[in-house]
Design a protein around this ligand. Structure first.
Ligand code: PLP
Length: 421
């Protein structure tokens, strides 16, 4: 029965029962961790072949390039071709880099601040604001905070952000950027649809150098057969007359090795030239041996798709388990809602307003580590204190089940405490 329909006596009884459940939970001395959006070791094992590739004596790319040497700023054409198809970006407009797309986002942001993007002057020196769909990725927000960029949250729905709010904000010339995770967003799993993408690339912006940081980190990370294809966002931006508006980012961090994958940067031809001009001062060339071993291992876009199907087989059951436990334990009380992602790495749980911090604290005291409440919001501040990010990929299935069962006790205990207060 919904908590709101319980009589005071029923609520008191329920609270007493939950307090006992919680004491039992604490007594079990659990040590579980649902904080990390990392691949499990079984997922990393799928790509162990990379550890012996390209193999002794193998260092030549298809065009004869010696991958061991300096140079090749664009990255190997072969790896760019594979991911151009998957990311729906023309090969000539996609560069392959080192292991972290977050580093590329960092560099791109810093170059915008210090040098200005194509057709713009340096952003630094005047107030700079970014539109941040929420809940969102904490490290995007940390980058903004690091460089004094003011973040303006905008609610994110299942198919994209509140476009009216975005349109209003774009009337402010100090709004220079916007974070977008278009496919299976972290943490809600939202998938931007084509109409939303078209609006975003075409909207009038007071800042002529407004940029969308299109972070397609989960482009191929499907959890069901309803696979959301990558949108041709650069083509759409060009058609809309704003060819330089979008920076595309991606990586193989959650395809091959999280710490030793390949990152990608995409943009208009002018943006690619701009990026390379700055990049050429920063590095004499990316890790092409890593590109080569990825090419030998993945082979082609279908090779990536086949690998992602194997990831899915390992992690989709964990997502299903979380959903089943949340439904069974919380379903009847009408006090929490959660997302049902069809891809990506996270489930976003909204508990009773004003209780997320308490839930996370209760869980911690019971040995269940959750990402801090508010982490998915700019400055770590969830105005409703209700959002909790669940990352089910890393722990074993048994640990995921134990942690979520314990978490539901904390969710209900915090909700009944509040209702009785
Ligand atoms: N972008 C998003 C949306 C992520 O969730 C993550 C990791 O969790 C990253 C980027 C990190 O990417 P990389 O490993 O390529 O630096």
């Amino acid at each position: 029965m919904p908590l709101s329909e319980l009589t005071p006596d029923e609520l008191t009884d329920l609270h007493a029962r939950l307090t006992k459940d919680y004491d039992d939970l604490v007594a079990r001395g659990l040590k579980l961790d649902l904080t990390r959006g990392k691949p499990a070791s079984a997922q990393l094992d799928l790509s162990n072949e990379l550890l012996t590739l390209p193999g002794e004596g193998e260092f030549r790319a298809a065009d004869g390039t010696d991958c061991r040497n300096y140079g090749g700023l664009t990255g190997l054409p072969e790896i760019r071709e594979i991911f151009a198809e998957l990311l729906n970006v023309p090969v000539a407009q996609l560069l392959a880099g080192d292991n972290s797309s977050l580093s590329i986002m960092h560099d791109t942001l810093v170059w915008c601040l210090l040098k200005g993007p194509v057709g713009g002057s340096p952003w630094a020196g005047s107030p700079v604001k970014f539109i941040c769909p929420v809940p969102g990725y904490d490290r995007h927000f940390a980058l903004c905070e690091q460089y004094g960029i003011e973040m303006i949250p905008v609610p994110l729905g299942d198919h994209g952000p509140d476009l009216d709010a975005v349109r209003d904000l774009l009337a402010d010339p100090s709004v220079k950027g916007m974070w977008v995770v278009p496919t299976y967003a972290n943490p809600t799993g939202a998938v931007y649809d084509e109409a939303v993408a078209r609006e975003l690339v075409g909207m009038t912006a007071a800042a002529p150098d407004f940029r969308i940081f299109w972070d397609n980190a989960y482009a191929v990370h499907h959890l069901t057969d309803a696979e959301s294809p990558a949108l041709d966002v650069l083509g759409m931006a060009a058609e809309a007359g704003n060819p330089d508006r979008v920076f595309v980012f991606a990586s193989t961090s959650k395809i091959t090795f999280a710490g030793a994958g390949v990152s990608f940067f995409g943009g208009s031809p002018a943006t690619i030239a701009w990026y390379q001009q700055h990049q050429s001062k920063r590095s004499i060339g990316p890790d092409k041996v890593n590109h080569l071993r990825h090419v030998r291992y993945l082979k082609d876009a279908d090779g990536v798709r086949a690998l992602m199907a194997r990831h899915r087989a390992l992690i989709a059951p964990k997502f299903a388990q979380v959903d089943a436990i949340l439904t069974e334990r919380l379903g009847g009380y009408d006090t929490a809602t959660w997302t049902h992602p069809i891809g990506g790495y996270f489930i976003s749980l909204d508990v009773a307003d004003g209780t997320a911090s308490r839930v996370v604290a209760l869980a911690k005291a019971a040995g269940i580590a959750m990402t801090g409440a508010g982490a998915a919001f700019p400055y770590g501040k969830d105005p409703r204190d209700r959002n909790i990010r669940i990352a089910p990929t890393f722990p074993s299935p048994d640990d995921v089940a134990g942690a979520i069962e314990g978490l539901t006790t904390c969710v209900l205990l915090a909700a009944t405490e509040q209702a009785l207060a």
